[in-house]
Design a protein around this ligand. Sequence first.
Ligand code: NAD
Length: 361
Amino acid sequence: MQIILTTLPGDGIGPEVTAQAVRVLEACAEIFGHELKITEKNMGGAALIASNDPFPKDTEEACLSSGAVLLGAVGGPAFDTYPGHLRPEAGLLRLRKALGVFANLRPAVCLPGMEAMSPLRPEVVAGTDVMIVRELLGGVYFGARSTEGQPGSRRATDSMTYTEPEIERIAHVGFRLAQGRRKQLFSVDKANVLDSSRLWRDVVTRMAASYPDVKLSHGYVDSTAMALVSKPASFDVIVTENMFGDILSDQAGAVVGSLGLLPSASVGGKVGLYEPIHGSAPDIAGQGIANPLGTILSAAMLLRHSFQLEEEAVSIENAVKQVLAAGHRTRDLAEKGAASVSTERMGGLVVEYLRSIAARA
Ligand code: NAD
């Protein structure tokens, strides 16, 4: 298969972690006999410096004409004084809009041997493997908003709106993902209070008839937040609206531990966007110590969701699991005072394990 990608390394540790994910993708393509074509483009602060635009036209064109986009991270203190529309984060919003991605997939997995990274007791977090599906283009973040009145008596309003088609398309993503996993979909709303949530619950319930193999349950966002910390391993796929998903996906990430390990995908539009959940980590940029595994696992999601290359994705995920099980750690994962490996070495280890998995198959 021909795999055509655009990579946007971005700022801070972005280029360091993206380079390792590209190495892993190249090895994977070679092992499985795919042709990989990668175009690298500027994004975020790097693009601001090069062309005074955080999301330049040629970057947009390259992204839209490729099969998927892999992003490192954008932003950093050097760009904090730029006006809002020129901030790297504004470029990221434009990128997501240009790609039309409406479903954000955030897996939170407690990999074997990584239980100690969690703030929870090991026996509570062990076995956690939850996929949070967050609606990305609707709800309160996109509803009408206003601030009226004078200081001291101002009134501010944000409105949360969902249409049936918006709920249907994200629920389809949740049901289909559940079909490929443990077949349990948990839909989160606040239907005891909000009209938009009552519509959400109504539509998702109606759709369950089309997915008889999936067990659908519903929960309120407040009780779900509690369950995510008290019994995180009980969840399979969670589907929810934009703001609830924003909060719950960060919470799920914290439950399993390291920021550097977690990938994400934004799909449903013309081209899928894959990126680690962490930012540009300016405090460690350029030191060669960033953890590339979140980006490498994002590359695995890219192969699965944009190219339907399940075996290839699983091979990369297994290589990462084996590297960690063998005790290799970047500094963020290492116990205090213990030895750690560099960003480049960690990428190299994943490639080595990937090759040895392929050789045994
Ligand atoms: P951050 O995720 O960059 O860093 C938070 C902490 O986690 C830091 O101590 C950092 O060193 C550590 N960390 C993050 N990723 C790591 C990795 N892969 N390996 C090892 N340690 C890692 O969050 P922040 O400091 O709040 O933000 C820094 C910049 O990144 C800001 O400009 C922010 O706007 C931007 N940001 C970008 C994105 C994105 O590109 N999607 C997301 C979040 C933040």
